[in-house]
Design a protein around this ligand. Sequence first.
Ligand code: ZN
Length: 251
Amino acid sequence: MGTEIRGRVIFSVCSYLIDGLLIDTGPHNTRYELVDFIREQKVLVAVNTHHHVDHVGGNRVISEELKIPILASLECASIICNRQNIFPYQRELWGEPQPCQVSVLGENVETEHFVFQVIKTGAHSEDHVVFLLKEKGWLFTGDEFLTENPNSARKGEDNEKMVQALKRMLDLSPEVLFTSSGRIYWDGSGSLRRAIAYYGQIKEEVCKLKMAGFNSQEIVIRLFGSETPLKEYTDGQFSRQNFVEGFNCNK
Ligand SMILES: [Zn+2]
């Protein structure tokens, strides 16, 4: 789901529906598309991976109009029950979610046939959780894992924490990763292993260049060739520079 800007959907976001469990509710702008979809399906409960506006925008309407209960981590619930301060690019891309009261997740979410474990990862955002369907080896990663080779990040993202979260997910030995971008990784543990190695390798290069006196913008050019156009569009909230600055060379 996503909003079309100049003929193209950028930053599209996925929800997943498994055995009556809806994982994430997408942006505010696409909430009625989600409602139309849900009306045709059997959805018993919805959960949020984290509070970002592209993951919780359908909450209010599916809770009020369809009476579907919604669960989120305590930290997430305490954010989304209030109006969130959002950036102009978020407003344009996804719209502003209406505040919504949700219940707090326990250790598991039970559906008719399955039990999903709730695992706190807390790196992409402090309140982030992922959902493991252990008997199938399926891990729903939200935004905590999107690609094996990231080169952009939100402002303030800490790559040390990201690696901790990747290790936490790897400890679960997942076979398949279902990401919020819609991309599915069929060698889940292998992808997590490669991502951890990639962070280590990029950190080494970033720190070497820092030691040699290059600033973060110069390091972006050296490592990735150019900055992403999304830096300008998001007013610096999402950039390669943020990714480079997310490494702590003193650790
Ligand atoms: Zn997010």
